[in-house]
Write a protein that binds this ligand. Sequence first.
Ligand code: XIL
Length: 467
Amino acid sequence: MKPSIRPRRVRALVSVLAAAAAVAGTALLVPGSAQAASTLGAQAAQSGRYFGTAVAAGKLGDSTYSTILDREFNMITPENEMKWDTTEPSRGSFNFGPADQIVNHALAHGQRMRGHTLVWHNQLPGWVSGISDANTLRSVMDNHITTEMTHFKGKIYAWDVVNEAFADGSTQHRSSVFQNVLGNGFIEEAFRTARAADPNAKLCYNDYNIENWSDAKTQGVYAMVKDFKSRGVPIDCVGFQSHFGSGGPPASFQTTLSNFAALGVDVQLTELDIAQAPSTAYSNTVKACVNVARCAGITVWGIRDSDSWRTGENPLLFDANGNKKAAYSAVLSALAGGVPYGGGGTSTPTPTPTPTPTPPGSGGCSVKYTIASQWTGGFGANITVTNLGDPVSSWTLTWSFGAGQQVTQAWNATVTQSGSNVTARNVDYNGSIPANGSTSFGFNGSWNGSNPAPSNFALNGTACTTA
Ligand code: XIL
């Protein structure tokens, strides 16, 4: 009997140890259980992200500055050195010296680079803003993009190809020499040129005040990215500058990031700074990013408060002496949460076939008019209008009836009629129609004798085809 007891005890002990080992093993695999890192870059890297800063070449010799830079940050954006006024101060004469200093520093310290920026209305030399001939400006812009991207080829993780092209408080582009001389297509032209110059760099559109989902500017940029993706225009990422007031990001920031990400682009916080740097505001900002799988990383716009372009606002994570501020710890702990980065590469999307193809650049609209029901003397109709031109923020659809029909009541539009001419206007919640987007409304009407469908629709004065 004795021999039979001992093996049983041994087996029991072995299974207890195995269970303990299994528990320990499981614990090691639980996401987020990795030991907290002690620097911003290392903590971001645990979820596959980066943490970057803007750098000024002239400060690399300041040892307080470069010590923090190399300890905390694994992505660098040149604050000014890659802008047009520095890189091509006169036509065809390029100066990459200051930017090379930064790129060489990054290469020597294992940091990646964001390129900022190729096409922007600011820090643009006068010789460019004075060009009024479209062919000249197009070749100057394309040459600038190609020459600068080729110089840094293979050394740039992502380029801000076009910066701040949209107008504040609007879904439309701002006025600039590029917009005014080349028209809406200049952004697409820049991205196509950029892809050809360095196919391995991510290509970003970068802007400010696009963090709040309901803002017109956010909607305008969103419509552009959606349109680019549907037509195969190369774009890989959207940069949200994130220059915030002391209240921090808008409540919808994470929603905005997710909605853009759902279009198939990475999102990045590219120039973060927050007036007075409240810890909660910083923490909320970081959480909005790390909760979105396609949020690739965060860049703050400078290291110490004394390095900030926002003089007197103390918006950064280190004080003038290089000491960590309270917001630093808030950022470090927020970086430990969220979901791992799961982003995409630089492939050019395959255009989604459109059911009713139109010649490129023709714009216009398409209308589907359906009589949903009809009875003696009365009928109900639905209209879906598809915007084939640039995004609109308000719309008017006009048509005329051919057989004396009269609108009696409408929904999702305000409809008026004068003689046979009908005018339908958007209501306050459906004024925006992005490029290739649609909106629908309906009405009841009266008829007598016959009730033919109208065919002469126009959207904001442009004739539509009927589907
Ligand atoms: C700022 C720099 O920080 C300043 O040094 C310079 O004088 C002006 O530009 N949006 C951008 C950045 O895209 O390039 C700007 O950087 C800040 C606003």
